[in-house]
Design a protein around this ligand. Structure first.
Ligand code: ATP
Ligand code: K
Ligand code: MG
Length: 685
């Protein structure tokens, strides 16, 4: 068992592992620290990560990029369709309003949900980790954007399940970064916390958070974000700039040509990176479209002018995080800039003017999220001992609860967990109900969400309530769990024994629906139980058990809860997705094995061609040598023609045929070698 952290980016993924001596980043098959977030379906097998990126231009319509941004979203969300049109793969609306992806694979149309694609990516990352660590990987912590809704968080857990991973926590990206930063800080005092702003600009989003650090603990004070602003938008500015320039200059319209736009977009991203280090840059693409070579030139200043709107938008989440933190600028001790999208020099300038200080780049900008996740995983895992360090995150949205009795059973304005509330956290609601009832969880302030997302979280049905009582006091334990998912932990009926009516109605708990606030500081014993993949239904109260309260005997009866999950898959769907993933993996494996057998045959041909002319020459007669050479040549020709794309067993058989010819010669050679060795040994004595 190992302790792993995953950063799933829109562009790059990073895998980190906690070891006794510290946190390491794992290398992928290409010995790279970052793995592209790409799943590409070739003719007969999938290519993922680096291999996926390599296959993208060959199979544009079956290559899925940036899957993270489609997780848990509805097809009909405003702007989403426009967004989807930028990608060459085909999408359409599913029966539940979600996004479905259709692509051709092995001669048939296949339909996948973004969750399934994410599952494939996670499964690929898991394989990289297992190969590198030489052990199985299951427990992990996965970074997520703080702006993810309940449904998106559930979708991540589903994807992890498909990949055979067990996330101990979904951790906000910035919280992970802050953890990795804070736990090593040694210059802290107990009396006065220090405040740090973290700004993470990735490929598709920008996240800001403000954290406080004291000895032995960190707290997230505020989160803010722009879920639609990242490095990619600067690529798009360059893309549009050159697309219109090329229309004038070369009379080509790249918008009408999938491959041309993929290539131009990729070149624009490179150009943007060059402009981070140089004042000007050149673009050269051979044979972009209509057999035309294109050239372009741009100065950094020009990119800054073209993207002035984007640059201005960066200040919005920064100001928001600052305002929500209640801190004045002079209280901020440092501003840490992470995420590779932040390497554009103009961004540093803007942040310096917002925060009145030069932002630092002391953190590893591309690895910090994964490292923080691995650390958190080590802290949560029972197999690892980490120095006591308290991580207190805060939830970025207000969560409300409503019940079908009309009235809302919460503190004020239906808000149960106000924005910024620490989590995980438990609240206990006391309600007065005699029949089955419903409760709805929702984001109470839709303005806090990324635009266009539904504020609905989930509807819970509580009941049936045993009918023999007339004074039914129902206690509902609501939990905002470690992943930031709302669950109803338990509902129980409270019956107070030996009481008369008047006493009961005098009880203040029965006159109004009220809430007991209990911020849940988890004990380490609870930690592990906390992190199951799905809403747990076990009740902390034994059914029908008794408990003493205010000197009276209170009986508790568990009431069943069911939830109509709006995000997240049903068991049967999940099982089907897991089945499909197994089939796809089998096929990938088959193709990998076929490739191996083909390579084995190929190298045998080359090796023997050399040996038959040298090492084995004197052990075969002329006709044997001729026969073998002829067969080897035949096999080589076949490999490049008819045998290019054969099945595993055909390659194995061919190798067997060759061996039958060569083995007797090889045996003569080996016998002779053994004899010579024996003679040498004899002479030594
Ligand atoms: P997200 O956080 O949005 O899910 P991600 O984590 O994959 O995405 P990062 O790897 O942090 O994103 O950043 C990728 C972005 O950084 C890309 O847009 C890339 O072009 C950009 N980038 C990388 N290097 C540079 C550079 N030197 N100058 C400017 N931009 C860069
Ligand atoms: K990343
Ligand atoms: Mg990122």
């Amino acid at each position: 068992m190992s302790v792993v952290g995953f950063d799933i980016g829109n562009e790059n993924c990073v895998i980190s592992v906690a070891k006794q001596r510290g946190i390491d980043v794992l290398l992928n098959d290409e010995s790279k620290r970052e793995t592209p977030a790409v799943v590409s379906f070739g003719e007969k097998q999938r290519f993922m990560g680096s291999a996926g990126a390599a296959s993208a231009t060959m199979h544009p319509k079956s290559t899925i990029l940036q899957v993270k941004k489609f997780i848990g979203r509805k097809f009909s969300e405003p702007d989403l369709e426009k967004e989807l049109k930028l990608f060459p793969f085909e999408t359409f609306e599913g029966p539940d309003g979600g996004i479905l992806i259709r692509l051709q694979y092995m001669g048939e149309a296949h339909v996948f949900t973004p969750v399934q694609i994410l599952g494939m990516l996670l499964s690929h990352l898991k394989q990289i980790a297992e190969k590198s660590l030489q052990m199985s990987v299951s427990d992990c912590v996965i970074g997520i954007p703080s702006y993810f809704t309940d449904g998106q968080r559930r979708a991540y857990l589903d994807a992890a399940m498909i990949a055979g991973l067990n996330p101990l926590r979904l951790l906000h990206d910035c919280t992970a970064t802050a953890l990795g930063y804070g736990i090593y800080k040694t210059d802290l005092s107990d009396s006065r916390p220090i405040y740090t702003v973290f700004v993470d600009i990735g490929h598709c989003d920008t996240q800001v958070c403000i954290a406080s650090f004291e000895t032995g603990q960190m707290k997230i004070i505020s989160h803010a974000f722009d879920s639609r602003l990242g490095g990619r938008d600067f690529d798009e500015v360059l893309f549009n700039h050159f697309a219109s320039q090329f229309r004038e200059q070369y009379n080509i319209d790249v918008y009408t040509n999938i491959k041309a736009s993929i290539r131009l977009r990729a070149s624009c991203e490179k150009l943007k990176k060059v402009l981070s280090a140089n004042a000007e840059a050149q673009l050269n693409i051979e044979c972009l479209m209509d057999e035309k070579d294109v050239r372009g030139f741009i100065k950094r200043e020009e990119l800054e002018n073209l993207s002035s709107g984007l640059l201005e938008r960066i200040s919005v989440p920064c100001h928001k995080a600052l305002a929500d933190s209640g801190l004045t600028l002079d209280k901020i001790n440092s501003v840490e800039l992470v995420g590779s999208g932040s390497r554009i020099p103009a961004i540093t300038r803007i942040l310096a003017s917002i925060f009145n200080r030069e932002p630092s780049r002391t953190i590893n900008a591309s690895e910090c999220v994964a490292r923080g996740c691995a650390l958190q995983c080590a802290m949560l895992s029972p197999i690892f001992r980490v120095r006591e360090y308290e991580v207190q995150d805060s939830f970025p949205f207000s969560i409300g609860f409503a019940s079908d009795k009309g009235s809302i059973c919460t503190l004020s304005n239906g808000v149960l967990f106000p924005k910024g509330h620490p989590f995980p956290s438990v609240k206990i609601l006391t309600l007065h109900r005699t029949n089955t009832f419903h409760m709805e969880a929702f984001y109470a302030n839709p303005n806090e969400l990324p635009s266009g997302l539904s504020p609905h979280i989930n509807t819970f049905t509580i009941g049936p309530i045993p009918s023999h009582t007339n004074m039914a006091k129902v206690r509902v334990r609501v939990k905002l769990n470690l992943h930031g998912i709302v669950i109803l932990d338990s509902a129980s009926l409270l019956m107070e024994d030996h009481m008369d009516e008047s006493e009961t109605s005098n009880d203040p708990h029965l006159t109004s629906e009220e809430v007991e606030d209990k911020c849940d500081r988890m004990s380490s014993a609870e930690k592990h139980a906390e992190t199951g993949n799905h809403a747990q239904t076990e009740s902390p109260f034994p059914s029908g058990g008794g408990a003493a309260r205010k000197g009276r005997v209170v009986k508790r009866l568990e009431i069943p809860i069911s939830e109509s999950i709006s995000g997240g898959m049903k068991r049967a769907e999940l099982a089907k997705a897991e089945e499909k993933e197994r089939w796809l993996m089998q096929q990938d494996l088959k193709m990998e094995q076929t490739k191996e057998k083909k390579n084995a045959l190929e190298s045998y041909v080359y090796e023997m061609r050399d040996k038959i002319l040298n090492t084995y020459r004197s052990f075969a007669n002329v006709s044997e040598r001729e026969e073998i050479s002829r067969k080897l040549q035949q096999t080589e020709d076949w490999l490049y023609e008819d045998g290019m794309d054969e099945s595993e067993s055909v390659y194995v058989d061919k190798l067997g045929d060759l061996r039958e010819l060569v083995d007797p010669i090889e045996k003569r050679y080996k016998d002779e070698e053994a004899r010579a060795q024996a003679t040498r040994d004899l002479l030594k004595c």
